[in-house]
Design a protein around this ligand. Structure first.
Ligand SMILES: C/C(=N\NC(=N)N)c1ccc(NC(=O)c2cc3cccc([N+](=O)[O-])c3[nH]2)cc1
Length: 324
């Protein structure tokens, strides 16, 4: 039990462990003054290769965590650190990790998988529209708000995230190009390519939700997982996929495309016929924008188009609401 920061202990009572991440643990915490429940993610600094990297990554991650403002992205309440660890106080997600939900149900039924996948798409669409690539989307980093199938999901863990330095590329192109490598000019370094990595991961996530097992795995054939991924050779085990619709499979097949320029984008996925499902959209928007008056889809679309786009301003100006 490494010594918890004094100021953290003064404000919160930390109790039992509720989740075990590879880079630390998650504890249930009670805010002493209100008895409100929170999750505290404890990240050991020693996990990082070097002190410098740890602090730089954490600064970027904390900056992202504190600025993002979307119903499907985890919200942070507080942040503390000691010599050896970071402590992030977050909203409690009582449904736990998607990883365990899929494991306990073998595989999700298609309508539930569609509801979760749509919310992941909206979360990643928001990140991309703010120049953030997540880069580590996996079932452990998708949290569920309740034990019910119909629930809100939230993306977390921005440890691998990168903020697209468009400006850096622009500055680079101002200087003499004579010494620059080809990839600086090709799609490899522009945002298109970078963002597509998240689309691939969403394809893997959808595959896991629908099939109940990962698309690339050492148990499939003789190739290594890396070779399967590089070749884009995923395995749809017949017994697991007979009950899955052709439209759902079509989304998976268009995301798990090796060439990032040919891979379906987040925007295209949001327009795919499989997701033009009014019942699912109304449920998703009711979960994402509960405050929108009974007007249903229209009000929710309105809410989404105005508030959903921008990062919260740092500092004190306004109450974080975007003035348009
Ligand atoms: C920010 C972050 N990771 N960042 C990083 N590894 N550098 C991060 C990673 C994981 C979480 N996980 C949770 O909040 C979390 C996991 C879990 C499992 C059962 C139950 C609950 N819960 O809140 O009731 C859980 N919350 C929260 C934050």
């Amino acid at each position: 039990q490494s010594s918890l920061p004094r100021d953290l202990q003064d404000k919160y009572l930390l109790t039992r462990r509720i989740g075990t991440g590879v880079c630390g643990e998650v504890r249930l915490a009670f805010e002493r003054s209100t008895c409100r429940k929170f999750a505290v993610k404890i990240i050991n600094k020693k996990n990082f290769q070097s002190e410098g990297t740890a602090t730089r990554n954490a600064k970027t991650e904390i900056d992202i965590l504190q600025r993002v403002d979307h119903p499907c992205l985890i919200k942070t309440e507080d942040f503390y650190q000691t010599e050896e660890s970071f402590y992030i106080v977050l909203e409690l997600m009582e449904g736990g990790e998607l990883f365990h939900r899929v494991k306990s149900k073998q595989q999700l039924n298609e309508s539930v998988a569609k509801l979760y996948f749509y919310q992941m798409l909206r979360a990643v669409e928001y990140l991309h529209s703010n120049g953030i690539i997540h880069r580590d989307l996996k079932p452990e980093n998708i949290l569920l708000s309740s034990q019910d199938d119909v629930c809100l999901i939230k993306v977390t863990d921005f440890n691998q995230s990168r903020i697209l330095e468009e400006a850096v590329l622009m500055r680079t192109l101002c200087g003499t190009p004579s010494y620059l490598a080809p990839e600086v000019f090709t799609h490899a370094s522009t945002t298109g390519y970078g963002l597509a990595v998240d689309a691939w991961s969403l394809g893997v996530l959808l595959f896991v939700c629908l099939g109940g097992y990962p698309p690339f795995h050492e148990s499939f054939g003789h190739q290594s997982v890396t070779d399967q991924i590089i070749r884009g050779e995923f395995t749809m085990v017949q017994s697991k996929w007979t009950s899955v619709s052709d439209q759902a499979k079509d989304v998976v097949r268009k995301l798990l495309v090796v060439d990032p320029m040919k891979r379906m984008s987040i925007e295209e996925a949001l327009q795919h016929p499989w997701l033009q499902d009014q019942k699912m959209l109304e449920t998703a928007h009711r979960l994402m924008y509960p405050s929108a008056e009974g007007g249903g889809a229209a009000a929710a679309m309105e809410a989404e188009s105005t508030s959903g786009r921008h990062l919260r301003k740092r500092g004190r100006e306004g109450d974080g609401e975007e003035q348009h």
